[in-house]
Design a protein around this ligand. Structure first.
Ligand code: 8YV
Length: 315
């Protein structure tokens, strides 16, 4: 059987890799020690790239694949794909929205509750015997019935806001324009103003060149010394150096982060801070969601090669 050549940028679950190998000639870019040599050898045959949200596809990789037709992203975020290079060559890009919305929102709320109530250090307190030795765990701040700001009211931001409703939060959001389906919540056009009116700021923005470092030192200062920041979007939406400075100097109460500049490596200052909750970019990391993401990624590839309409086309 004729199999189109696919370049696979990163490891995927076995339940995706096995069916992919059945219908495609898969080249594992991430395993090649000499990536330039691999591209020189198989690049001209590659008609599709299967990649992850965190890995995307660079202009160099795209250029090395002159017959490339489609990039299928395992993830909702496609910021790491060079969209300009794709547009210039008419290369189609697909992603996996919707199927991961609930799990991403769940983790955002879990991170917020854990950070607010000190659940991780409290667990260590109980486990280590500090409870018996030192007494009760230090008091924490209440999580519920406060002011939540949602920076980016897309699918995931909406799901976060819907969940926060149940916690009696006063909700405001910042988006490009007011959303009719968010009539119960206050629209604030400016990120700094939103932060000033929030006790906790959830960053749920798709990353674009326009949102780069949108959470800068001014926004962090507006959130203030009693404020909490939760980021389940992309690291580049936040000025990480400014964030670390604010956390080190108590200008922000705490931050819960699922994404980092240069991940999976972390800035070594993060693990030394006691006012952060660190998560390894796993907001979509459940069996149910990752299976659905893989299916959608493969369905998009299958649709492309069968000449059918794509399921979730970005451009
Ligand atoms: C995934 C993501 O963790 O959806 C996204 O944009 O970043 C995540 O869901 C990632 O794509 C898998 O590595």
């Amino acid at each position: 059987m004729f199999k189109p050549h696919v370049l696979q940028m990163g490891e995927l679950p076995e339940w995706d890799e096995t069916p992919m190998r059945e219908v495609f000639e898969v080249h594992r870019y991430f395993e090649a020690t000499d990536k330039a040599a691999l591209l020189a050898e198989i690049g001209p045959q590659v008609r599709a790239i299967a990649t992850r949200g965190d890995l995307g596809a660079s202009a160099d990789v795209i250029a090395a694949c002159p017959a490339l037709e489609v990039i299928s992203v395992f993830g909702v975020g496609y910021d790491a794909v060079d969209l300009g290079a794709c547009a210039a060559r008419g290369i189609t890009v697909t992603n996996t929205p919707d199927v991961l919305t609930d799990d991403c929102a769940d983790l955002a709320l879990g991170m917020w509750l854990a950070l607010s109530r000190g659940i991780v250090p409290a667990e260590a307190w109980a486990r280590s015997g500090d409870w018996a030795a030192k007494g009760g765990f230090p008091l924490q701040h209440r999580a519920c019935k406060k002011r939540a700001g949602i920076l980016g009211l897309g699918r995931i931001g909406m799901a976060v806001a819907e969940r926060l409703r149940g916690f009696g939060m006063q909700i405001a959001y910042c988006a490009r324009s007011p959303r009719p389906e968010a009539a119960d919540w206050q629209f604030i056009a400016d990120a700094q103003e939103l932060a000033a009116q929030s006790d906790v700021l959830f960053v749920t923005l798709a990353a674009t060149p326009q949102t780069h470092h949108i959470v800068n030192s001014d926004v962090l200062d507006a959130l203030g010394a009693d404020g909490l920041l939760i980021n389940i979007s992309r690291a580049q939406n936040i000025d990480e150096a400014a964030l670390i400075d604010a956390l080190q100097h108590g200008r922000l109460r705490g931050a819960a982060l699922d994404v980092f500049e240069g991940e999976p490596s972390l800035d070594p200052r993060f693990p030394r801070l006691s006012n952060v909750l660190l998560q390894p970019h796993h907001a979509s990391g459940t069996f149910e969601t990752r299976r659905a993401m893989g299916q959608l990624m493969r369905d998009n590839l299958a649709a492309h090669f069968a000449g059918r309409p794509l399921l979730t086309q970005v451009q």
